[in-house]
Design a binder for this molecule. Sequence first.
Ligand SMILES: N[C@@H](CCC(=O)N[C@@H](CS)C(=O)NCC(=O)O)C(=O)O
Length: 203
Amino acid sequence: MQLFYSATSPYVRKVVVAAMLRGLDDRLERVTVNAHASPPALLAANPLSKVPALITDDGRSLVDSPVICAFLDSLGEAPPLTPAGPDRWRVERLHALADGITDAAVLGRMEAMRPEEAARGEHRARLWSAVVRTLDLLEGEAAMLDEATTPAQWTIGTVALACALGYLDFRYGDRDWRAGRPGLAAWDEAVRRHPVFVATEPA
Ligand SMILES: N[C@@H](CCC(=O)N[C@@H](CS)C(=O)NCC(=O)O)C(=O)O
């Protein structure tokens, strides 16, 4: 399989961590691209010009990290990161909330790199508010995150959250998301030492 890859993308990181946790990492050939430059090979795989995009062994292209993670869950023998049954919806909800943090944080970063405009600051503040509200919600649920301390207990929701928090450290280090959120901070402190997160830390 070919994975259109960027070492700094939190969405790509989530896919790579999911592949590692399910023992599929050596089946992924990483194709490093600059998605913002829209190289033809990426556009052929994903007309949205976004990473990650995956080309399967039988030549199909898959886009959007949740779809790619779901596909990886369907391969191999390891337990899926999205469980079946009633637990699925708790996991899917966390996955969506974590990706929402990442979406807002990535968008805010893009806004910060644009030329100055009157509405730019307001828009960035609005995006950051979404991050803050969602972090506060998850802080209230931090006790339920303790599950993610060994690989066998990871879900795609906890993987997504760890990647979202890692991205906040990477791009918003001056904002101290840990302040007033001891539960999330303690959880992050434990999970960031796991080899799959050490191995994929953004450079
Ligand atoms: N919903 C998508 C978002 C992917 C995304 O926005 N990736 C960024 C990199 S972090 C990208 O490729 N941006 C290029 C662009 O928007 O032109 C997913 O989950 O895969």
